[in-house]
Ligand binder design. Sequence first.
Ligand SMILES: [Zn+2]
Length: 74
Amino acid sequence: MSMTSTATEQTAVLDYRLTAADRCDSCGAQAYIAAEVNGSELLFCAHHGRKYEEKLRAVATSWHDETARLIESL
Ligand SMILES: [Zn+2]
């Protein structure tokens, strides 16, 4: 008997490009979110990405989210 729910399908982000060398601009943790604002790229960890997401999405010209990698690694 399967308890798996298929109600929420996520859009897969397959072009992972952030590495361990990419660091959150706020705390220095590994970055999983990249936002392009005014032609420069801002990097954030999952925590700060979520924290600033609402404000950033309003001004960002691109939004790159690799936080799905964190879920996969659990
Ligand atoms: Zn951070």
